[in-house]
Design a protein around this ligand. Structure first.
Ligand SMILES: Cc1cc2nc3c(=O)[nH]c(=O)nc-3n(C[C@H](O)[C@H](O)[C@H](O)COP(=O)(O)OP(=O)(O)OC[C@H]3O[C@@H](n4cnc5c(N)ncnc54)[C@H](O)[C@@H]3O)c2cc1C
Length: 474
């Protein structure tokens, strides 16, 4: 029996797709990464996943674990290969297993969509704080495997800080049950951290215990214009001093980014005319007046100190939603307008202005026809630095692949020079393997290889992803 038929016999009817039925599973969100697959398996339970992995391990067949395919490094779909893998999609595993509001924890299947988990938490008057533009599609297993960040990291940390326990099917088909809902647990190595950010190369996450927080019932949101990122930094410092933990969001974008969001989908007008824009949000459980007074007082003081050009505070839920729509519209605009090459770097928060100055100057010198488009989780030191070409200009390059590498190198060198990282929150995937090799010290890279070999000696888990070709199934 061939492998798809064998998997079909292990699962319920209709749970293995082949041929044209696979097409929706073969392409990532950008539409840039696609590759062949032997079949798509759609397990419903952890036992199903274990059975699929055992069968693939016996057959020496690679597996690509797949969530919502919103990842931005091409890791959730197969790459070009001679021996197509099995795609293991978690999309049918969507059970909320348990919520413990007092403990502040929620147990979920890894295929739960992020927004469903956020909603389940709200129903219990709690917050699951990870929030991304893709939250209506990305899955819990996907955000854990990429250690996603998003717009609330400033206060609540990345996904890593919000995972208490995991259940993982290991590459030999055994299941590790680490579904502990504990704040303190020093019993041996913290295994869950091996799988967080591993991009499906060490095992398949089937369940997770996530940390919940008290649900803020009051928000105060402002759209602020500043002359440059250095002044934005001063405002950040002021808000952190005045508002402390209440500051949940501090997002920066340049006017080119805002203009493209509005041009692509005119959902809302620009609230302010300025070269740089900030979306700022405070959240708390106190009365609404206190929070908006606090924000207003800080912005007035910033205005008097000539730190900001103008500000608009949302007066109601609709205005708040409009501000957020402008922020969440950036990814769609960048995907659809021109040809965009995007970097996802991080530096220390105080170095963001220096990075922006250096990277912009370096790119403009060599590619004066390109437009620089910036959107930044500035409060976390994370910059999405995009270089946009018109399709006509891009079509003139004889060596597009070489140009991609050249621009990536210029931008990542600027982050490196400031002690930063070339991969802040999107991971390595199939896109940044060469950068990982080039920019990680030898001891670090070898340790990663040893870790991979220890967990996955056959190299069947998402081969070619993160560490590159040496991981191909032998
Ligand atoms: C509009 C938009 C906005 C975004 N904004 C942000 C943002 O602000 N911050 C941010 O950090 N990211 C952002 N992202 C990217 C982000 O990486 C993904 O949204 C998400 O983290 C990946 O989840 P997914 O379920 O789509 O996973 P996929 O894309 O399907 O897979 C991603 C990786 O996880 C692995 N994987 C998936 N599920 C499992 C599992 N159960 N077990 C093991 N491995 C698994 C895959 O093999 C792959 O390596 C954005 C993306 C989009 C499209």
């Amino acid at each position: 029996m061939d492998l798809p038929a064998q998997l079909g016999s292990l699962l319920r009817a209709g749970a293995v797709l082949t041929g044209d039925d696979m097409s929706a599973y073969l392409q990532d969100w950008w539409g840039r990464q696609t590759g062949p697959a032997l079949c798509v398996a759609l397990p419903k339970t952890t036992e199903d996943v274990a059975a699929i992995v055992r069968a693939c391990a016996d057959a020496g067949r690679a597996i690509v674990p797949q969530g919502g395919r919103t990842g931005l490094t091409g890791a959730g779909v197969p790459g070009a290969c001679d021996r197509p893998p099995v795609i293991l999609s978690l999309s049918q595993m969507r059970r909320i297993r348990k919520i413990d509001a007092i403990n502040g924890s929620i147990d979920v299947d890894a295929g739960c969509v992020l927004s469903d988990v956020q909603y389940a938490a709200i129903c219990m008057n709690r917050l699951f704080p990870i929030s991304l533009g893709s939250e209506g599609s990305c899955q819990i297993g996907g955000i854990i495997s990429t250690n996603a960040g998003g717009t609330n990291v400033l206060r609540y940390g990345t996904t890593r800080e919000n995972v208490l326990g995991l259940e993982v099917v290991l590459p030999d088909g055994t299941t590790w049950d680490g579904m502990k809902a504990l704040r303190k647990d020093n019993a041996g190595y913290a295994l869950r951290h091996m799988f967080i950010g591993a991009e499906g190369t060490l095992g398949i996450i089937t369940g997770a215990v996530l940390k919940l927080h008290p649900l803020p019932n009051v928000h105060s949101t402002a759209w602020v214009g500043v002359a440059d990122p250095e002044l934005a930094l001063r405002l950040l410092n002021r808000l952190q001093s005045c508002c402390g933990e209440r500051l949940t969001t501090f997002e920066l974008m340049n006017e080119e980014q805002l203009a493209s969001v509005i041009a692509y989908r005119p959902i809302a007008a620009s609230p302010i005319d300025a070269p740089w824009h900030l979306l700022i949000e405070l959240a708390d459980m106190s009365g609404p007046e206190l929070l908006s007074e606090m924000l207003l007082a800080s912005l007035e003081a910033a205005m008097n100190a000539s730190e900001i050009l103008d500000a608009a505070i949302a007066q109601n839920g609709t205005q708040r939603d409009n501000f957020w729509a402008l922020r969440h519209g950036t990814a769609d605009a960048n995907r659809n307008i021109g040809h965009v090459l995007s970097a996802d770097i991080s530096v220390s928060v105080s170095s963001v202005p220096r990075f922006l100055t250096a990277a912009s100057a370096a790119v403009r010198t060599l590619y004066p026809e390109a437009q620089i488009v910036v959107v930044s989780h500035m409060g976390d030191g994370n910059v999405h630095f995009a270089v946009r070409f018109s399709h006509r200009d891009w079509g003139r390059y004889d060596d597009p692949a070489g140009t991609v590498v050249a621009i990536r190198t210029i931008v990542n060198d600027c982050a490196d020079a400031l002690g930063g990282s070339f991969s802040a929150e999107h991971g390595i995937g199939r896109k940044l393997i060469d950068e990982l090799r080039k920019r990680t010290d030898q001891a670090g890279f070898q340790s990663m290889q040893r870790l991979k070999d220890a967990f996955d000696p056959q190299g069947i888990m998402n081969p070619g992803c993160v560490l590159g070709e040496q991981d191909q199934v032998s």
